[in-house]
Design a protein around this ligand. Structure first.
Ligand code: SF4
Ligand code: SF4
Length: 379
């Protein structure tokens, strides 16, 4: 299924009121709802209780190094492109306690260890690029010989309500990466939001049996031919208005052949090694382990926390860091993301969400860097 192709048949339609009921039913079934909401001048993912928490009528403009909320002047609930939060923290948590112990009588007692049971999670409004990113992280954390128990505990019971993007953000390039804008995998229900003189409604693509069951409980109508056409037009328009492009033909070979390209010096002069790009990236998965004690020295704990290949410590082996310069760290990040990731996991490590472009304080643009690497090197 192509992520730019028309919606599959048959489709069903739910009104805005029935969409509100959908969220209620998921809550009644014990799901904790996580969805988009406005906080601190951005649309972020957080716990929501219903439709009133969604960013109604809020859109945004984003470009390299800039992000601004804007009023859309309508009642759209999902009329924005991806914000700073992916769904990564929902499954690959920023910090995970591994164990905690208390000193006692010259020895110690382990207070807790191992993965904790997690409540079932319903993701509301997940976009296609992010569903591809979740599939990539599933492969990393669950697809190998060793399964990450903390990730598995969070991921196990998930219900996904995807939303097909109604507009492309200024830094989006999912069409280049083959990951959007239409959701084709990893969802229980996928909605296309329509808002016109025929009313506010959602065209629903069913992705799983649990999705079909929930939809049957809230009730849905057969989609009219006019609405199918309108929903397909929304997706086609989004695909045509990508903010960026990044041709991927031969990209692995380009990166592998660019080890000595002078562009690395150029980008290193601008990069602050702030780690933002890796923290907002929905596929980056590096972590480190820290040991902590309380001030009295009575309680000790080991915690896993997100790390970034832009830090000096990330590549520290005995005697020093392998990637001591920003140049080598940026080259390592981009080469892994777009080349060695393919050898390692069978897909690109980039889904074209554009977050690393928007949230880079130095306005570095991955698509521009790749275009520069493709150009013949001038030394
Ligand atoms: S590329 Fe940008 S976001 Fe990434 S580390 Fe460098 S300055 Fe920070
Ligand atoms: S590398 Fe940038 S554009 Fe690609 S998935 Fe990560 S944050 Fe998104």
């Amino acid at each position: 299924m192509s992520p730019t192709a028309p919606l599959p048949e048959p489709c069903l339609t739910i009104s805005r009121e029935r969409f509100a009921r959908l969220l209620e039913v998921l809550r009644e079934d014990g799901y904790r709802l996580v969805g988009p909401t406005v906080r601190d001048g951005a649309i972020v993912h957080d716990a929501i209780s219903g439709v009133s928490d969604l960013p109604e009528g809020v859109g945004e403009s984003q470009e390299r190094g800039t992000y601004r909320l804007e009023s859309r002047g309508d009642r759209a609930l999902f009329g924005y492109a991806v914000g700073p939060h992916s769904w990564k923290p929902s499954f690959f948590a920023p910090t995970v306690p591994l164990w905690r112990a208390r000193r006692k009588d010259g020895s110690f007692t382990v207070l807790e260890h191992g993965a904790r049971e997690q409540p079932p999670l319903a993701l509301i409004g997940a976009r296609s690029c992010d569903l591809h990113a979740i599939a990539i992280q599933d492969r990393v954390f669950l697809g190998g010989e060793t399964i990450d128990p903390a990730y598995e505990a969070r991921r196990r019971r998930t219900f996904v309500v995807a939303v097909n993007c109604g507009r492309a953000g200024g830094t989006c390039f999912c069409v280049s990466m083959g990951t959007g804008p239409r959701a084709t995998l990893g969802f229980d229900l996928a909605l296309t939001e329509l808002l016109d003189d025929r009313g506010h409604r959602f065209i629903v693509d069913i992705g799983s049996e649990p999705g079909r069951d929930v939809l049957a409980r809230i009730g849905a109508e057969e989609t009219t031919p006019e609405d199918r056409e309108a929903a397909d037009a929304v997706i086609a328009r989004t695909a045509e208005h990508m903010g960026r492009q990044m041709p991927t033909d031969g990209i692995k070979e380009v990166l592998y052949a660019s080890v000595d390209h002078p562009r690395w010096d150029d980008v290193a002069a601008r990069c602050l090694a702030c780690t933002n790009c890796t923290l907002v990236c929905p596929t980056c998965f590096c972590s480190t382990v820290e040991d902590r004690t309380d001030l009295a020295g009575e309680v000790a704990e080991r915690v896993q926390r997100w790390d970034s290949c832009f830090t000096m410590e990330h590549s520290h082996v005995h005697g020093g860091s392998v990637h001591a310069s920003i140049k080598s760290r940026y080259r390592q990040w981009l080469t892994h993301k777009l080349a060695s990731w393919i050898d390692q996991f069978g897909t690109s490590g980039c889904v074209g969400c554009g977050r690393c472009i928007t949230w880079c304080p130095a306005a570095i643009d991955i698509t521009e860097e790749v275009a520069a690497l493709r150009a013949p090197a001038r030394r």
